[in-house]
Design a protein around this ligand. Structure first.
Ligand code: NAD
Length: 335
């Protein structure tokens, strides 16, 4: 099947080409993101393969459907960028990669916790400049601290498991509790209690209307002074301006972000020769207790291999008219 692959980086080419055994599909790699302007490139392609920051709003979906696209294959788990009602009305088939390596994201969340706590990001720079002073690098024992996990699905549960190994006390919040977490003595509580009791809060729930700006002024008001907030899920779970205020007042003592509300204008590109226009993001970069990575939590060899292999299998299922286990049931939206 002829597939237009958008937002392609060198690593996407490498892993997708390796997974496309025997050249079963004709993969055409495009570097630009998919949006209304670039949708012209999809002419003649029955399938489009997109990533997390491609624009999949109603206008773009209409444009690609008019060009003949029937399959939208996401190289991601999250599908919050897709206008699902439009996809259903246009009779598009939507497939994704629901789990490629929950370990990758959970391990990155823990890496952020450890780096922020022990100030590894600051120590690295100091030592390179011959500054071996320890002032300002004081950390705390993770052992015995309370960690609140919001969203205890695949990634949240693995994060909990790793932190359980450090001797942390675990609190959880989820619309459906996970027995694997309960087996780690995680206590499920309401969000206000989780915020009030946690030294560290790590977000692992999906971005849906109910979780948009889950962390805003009200939630921050309920938190322990000096707490650590980690977000490796989706940027819009956090009201960044409210969090900036929380950092300024000291209510938030540490912030680790792998995702950011307005990341589509920034992440995955080398902008080092440009002036960053986003002042909210610019302010975040000035805090010594903020660590930001550019949506790289998923970025391990194992994850890229799984993403590529599952994407190719999803496309093959569609081409052969087989039931695809990774298809999103758009018909359910009608109910
Ligand atoms: P999952 O579906 O296994 O788990 C999500 C959990 O959130 C489920 O247990 C679900 O019940 C829970 N949930 C749903 N609504 C909720 C609500 N309103 N409040 C609290 N919990 C709620 O998903 P996963 O594989 O663990 O992934 C979690 C998120 O991580 C994804 O939605 C995605 O946005 C993000 N992610 C980020 C990266 C990255 O590179 N940074 C990579 C993969 C996934």
């Amino acid at each position: 099947m002829k597939v237009a692959v958008f937002s392609t980086k060198s690593y996407d080419r490498t892993f997708l080409t390796a997974a496309n055994v025997g050249g079963q599909h004709e993969l055409v790699f495009f570097e630009p993101r998919l949006n209304l302007e670039t949708s012209v490139l999809t002419a003649g392609f029955p399938a489009v393969c997109a990533f997390v920051n491609d624009c999949l709003d109603a206008k773009t979906l209409r444009a690609i459907a008019q060009k003949g696209v029937r399959l939208l294959a996401l190289r991601s788990a999250g599908f919050d960028r897709v206008d699902l009602a439009a996809a259903r009305d246009l009779d598009l088939t939507l497939v994704r990669v629901p789990a490629y390596s929950p370990y990758a994201v959970a391990e990155h969340a823990v890496a952020m916790i450890l780096s922020l706590n022990r100030r590894i990001h600051r120590a690295y720079n100091r030592v390179r400049e011959g500054n071996f002073a320890l002032d300002g690098l004081l950390g705390f024992d993770l052992h015995g601290k309370t960690v609140g996990i919001v969203g205890t699905g695949k990634i949240g549960a693995l994060t909990a498991k790793i932190l359980h190994g450090f001797g942390c006390r675990l609190l959880g919040y989820d619309v459906s509790p996970n027995p694997d977490c309960q087996a780690l003595q995680m206590e499920y509580v309401a969000l206000p209690k989780l915020f009030a009791a946690s030294d560290i809060v790590s977000l692992h729930c999906p971005l849906i209307p109910e979780t948009y700006h889950l962390i805003g002024a009200e939630a921050i008001g309920q938190m322990k002074p000096g707490m650590m907030l980690i977000n490796t899920s989706r940027g819009q779970l956090i009201d960044t301006k409210a969090v900036t205020k929380g950092l300024k007042s000291g209510k938030i003592g540490y912030l680790g972000l792998d995702v950011y509300e307005q990341e589509t204008d920034l992440f995955f590109e080398d902008l080092s020769n440009q002036v960053i226009q986003d002042d909210v993001f610019g302010r975040l970069l000035t805090f010594p207790n903020v660590l930001i990575t550019g949506h790289q939590a998923f970025f391990t060899e194992e994850a890229l291999k799984n993403i590529a292999e599952t994407t190719i299998a999803n496309i093959t299922d569609f081409e052969r008219g087989r039931t695809c286990p990774n298809q999103i049931n758009l018909e359910e939206l009608k109910k």
